[in-house]
Design a protein around this ligand. Structure first.
Ligand SMILES: NC(=O)c1ccc[n+]([C@@H]2O[C@H](COP(=O)([O-])OP(=O)(O)OC[C@H]3O[C@@H](n4cnc5c(N)ncnc54)[C@H](OP(=O)(O)O)[C@@H]3O)[C@@H](O)[C@H]2O)c1
Length: 215
């Protein structure tokens, strides 16, 4: 499947290699050795430079990295998970959402970059109605989210940016783990609205306020 998929992707993209090739969802039914060996062959053939993994639990990641080390296979350099400024509610058990343990793991393994998908949680930060109704909020809603939203909104007003922009900037300021927000704008205007986050510099004091917020 992987060999056919990469060849099809390269053909559709009209290129001879991709920089990063992800396993989209951790596949618990196929022996990891088979998957990793196929990925190693793809890298060796020059079709992908690096590999990444997505929607995976931390213990699996550790197993993946151990197998790579023992067999000389390229280990994932990118971990693509759902991650944002709001923290998952207590008791949430979803493999694709970064939890405390995964953050701790990432902090201890700096060769792995967190690629945060749904970084603005589909736009809930700028839109109170969406915050009330969007299914994604079920994963975050609670006192901790409320406390963080309050501080986020206040800091955004002080800095003169939107809460969405502040969340993206806060992520770009993270160094442990290093975090790359993967935005999904639906319109050009949404894309343009995200761009100022790249140029925003947040002081240590503001970052500390944002980090400390919570219940
Ligand atoms: N690995 C995985 O399993 C996985 C899963 C999900 C996503 N991803 C990847 O991550 C990327 C980003 O994920 P995502 O689309 O969930 O990210 P996101 O940026 O959090 O959400 C995108 C949505 O946010 C809203 N939005 C964007 N810019 C906005 C703005 N300036 N103001 C208000 N609302 C705004 C839009 O919603 P409306 O359409 O309502 O306007 C848009 O559809 C995807 O494109 C995909 O490549 C990967």
């Amino acid at each position: 499947t992987l060999h056919a998929s990469i060849d099809d992707s390269l053909r559709r993209l009209g290129t001879d290699h991709v920089d990063l090739y992800y396993v989209h969802v951790d596949d618990r039914a196929t022996p990891l050795e088979e998957t990793l060996e196929a990925l190693a062959e793809i890298v060796r053939a020059g079709k992908a430079r690096y590999i990444g993994w997505s929607n995976v639990r931390t213990w699996r990641l550790e197993r993946i990295r151990g197998l790579c080390e023992r067999n000389g296979w390229p280990a994932p350099v990118a971990l693509q998970q759902q991650h944002s400024y709001l923290r998952p509610r207590t008791g949430l058990d979803v493999a694709s959402v970064v939890d405390h343990e995964q953050l701790d793991y990432l902090r201890a393994h700096e060769d792995l970059t967190l690629v945060a998908y749904s970084p603005i949680l589909r736009g809930i930060y700028d839109d109170p109605a969406k915050r009330r109704d969007h299914w994604m909020m079920e994963r975050y809603a609670g006192p901790d989210a409320e406390a963080r939203l309050e501080v986020l909104t206040a800091v955004a007003a002080e800095v003169g940016v939107t809460p969405n922009q502040l969340v993206l900037s806060w992520m770009l300021h993270q160094s442990s783990p290093r975090t790359v927000p993967l935005i999904g704008p639906r319109t050009l205007a949404q894309f343009e609205a995200a761009l100022p986050a790249l140029d925003l510099t947040l002081s240590a004091e503001l970052l500390a306020r944002l980090d400390a917020a919570g219940a």
